[in-house]
Design a protein around this ligand. Structure first.
Ligand code: ADP
Ligand code: MG
Length: 233
């Protein structure tokens, strides 16, 4: 394939709420197949940044470029921090509802998505009967409908037990291995250390540090990403 290596490029993103400048010039490039993690303290602006990258919110300044997909739409999938689903629908029908909004074959898109997140066996159960982890996988399934070039995930592991966090990050790693560019905000630093190619530490409106997990450990002299994080923020 001759698709360009850079899938997402954000330049000098600025965003204020009232007098509070949350993002003061954040730039980010993510390649196809790369898992880029955004970590940072609560309130540092991770969700604000992801909303801008996903096109959910407009920023005050800066630009975001993402490849075009079907029908000329931006090829991006987004998992919000608090996904909400109707509990009475099955997982399959839930994905079907969202797949109808895309310009493709609904049944094919749903089947591919269920397969990619490993929910095929529970596809006909009601959403209300699924565990928290399964529900989060369903959110990931919605985000990957139509096979977007860029996947934006806001705290996919929050509130899940460590085994489920691992399962989720394994799925994310598989999606990246298939060429998807992933941006994931996360507090699960052990999982980030294992699964992310690059880590950007958002603090004070900019990236206080960026690099591979190994680079951040070397720069800070820490022996884990959790320890490195505490030395950076
Ligand atoms: P994080 O995801 O890193 O926890 P957020 O991006 O949610 O941080 O929030 C960053 C800051 O911006 C916080 O101080 C939050 O209160 C503020 N903020 C976020 N969204 C809005 C909004 N729509 N209106 C006003 N303030 C907001
Ligand atoms: Mg957030």
């Amino acid at each position: 394939e001759d698709a360009p290596a850079i899938a997402l490029r954000a330049r000098s993103i600025e965003q204020s709420f009232g007098d509070v400048e949350v993002l003061s010039g954040v730039s980010l490039s993510v390649e196809r197949g790369e898992v880029a993690a955004i970590v940072g303290p609560n309130g540092s602006g991770k969700s604000t940044l992801l909303n801008v990258l996903a096109g959910i919110a407009a920023s005050d300044d800066g630009s975001v470029s993402i490849p075009r997909g079907r029908g000329g739409a931006r090829s991006v999938g987004y998992l919000p921090q608090r996904p909400a689903f109707r509990e009475g629908f099955s997982a399959r029908d839930t994905l079907g509802f969202y797949a109808q909004l895309l310009d493709g074959d609904v049944a094919d898109d749903v089947a591919a998505s269920l397969d990619r997140v490993g929910l095929g066996e529970v596809a006909d159960r009601s959403v209300g009967s699924l565990s928290g982890g399964m529900t989060r996988l369903l959110g990931l399934g919605e985000a990957v409908l139509g096979d977007p070039a860029v996947l934006i995930l806001d705290e996919p592991g929050s509130g899940l037990d460590p085994a489920m966090v691992e399962r989720l990050f394994d799925v994310v790693g598989d999606l990246a291995a298939d060429g998807t560019a992933v941006v994931v905000a996360s507090h699960e630093l052990p999982a980030v250390e294992t699964h992310a190619d690059t880590v950007h530490v958002l603090d004070g409106g900019t990236f206080a540090a960026s690099g591979s997990p190994a680079e951040l450990l070397a720069e800070t002299g820490a022996n884990s990403l959790s320890a490195a994080f505490l030395r950076i923020v």
